[in-house]
Design a protein around this ligand. Structure first.
Ligand code: GAR
Length: 190
């Protein structure tokens, strides 16, 4: 059995899809939901699904390896970032080499890097008059959005599409594909 920790800072609509996808799964269990925001709605979603939650303090996250103790309690062997806005520290990217995935709401390597998250991405895509956008799932290393790309899917952008409309189209793709890509990675190893 693989034990996933989902890291999320906000709404957690991707986290919710993943939790639903792996409910009663033979090989994969969502064992922990981690957030750096104590009021993040994703924590409520986790509690209502009886999944343990962990709220992390930014300084401790970077300056200690305490989180590894929680990981061992919950047997975490794979990390899924789903709208998590802090950079992952080196001790985690090293210990979890090719065991951390992220979803990014654009077609990397375009529109990635520090500060490029959520609506900032969609506004930049709109401002550049792009004809398409999409989503990218990639492994996580110590730099924002630069790990090996595992999966991408694009969607068309119409001239009249607002950044909010682009966000909707991209989020729909994310919901369709993120769980399946995670499942593919993990069941290969099951
Ligand atoms: C998603 O669109 C995800 O791609 C993006 O945040 C949103 C989270 O939505 N992540 C980033 O921008 C990371 N750079 P959710 O909380 O509803 O899943």
């Amino acid at each position: 059995m693989h034990h996933i920790a989902i890291f999320a800072s906000g709404t957690g609509s991707n986290a919710k899809k993943i939790v639903e996808h792996f409910k009663d799964h033979k090989y994969v269990k969502v064992s922990l939901v981690v957030s750096n925001k104590e009021k993040a709605p994703v924590l409520e979603m986790a509690r209502s699904n009886n999944i343990p939650t962990l709220i992390i303090d930014r300084d401790r996250f970077y300056n200690s390896e305490d989180i590894l103790k929680d990981f061992s309690i919950y047997k975490v062997d794979f990390i899924v970032l789903a709208g998590f806005l802090l950079l992952i520290p080196g001790y985690l990217t090293q210990k979890f080499h090719n065991r951390i995935v992220n979803i990014h709401p654009a077609l990397l390597p375009k529109y990635g890097g520090k500060g490029m998250y959520g609506m900032n991405v969609h506004k930049a895509v709109k401002a550049a008059n792009e004809k398409e956008s999409g989503m990218t799932i990639h492994y996580v290393n110590e730099k924002y959005d630069e790990g090996e790309i595992l999966f991408q899917k694009s969607c068309k952008i119409m001239p009249e599409d607002s950044p909010e409309r682009i966000a909707q189209k991209v989020l729909q793709l994310e919901h369709q594909h993120y769980s399946k890509v995670i499942e593919k990675i993990l069941t290969k190893e099951a």
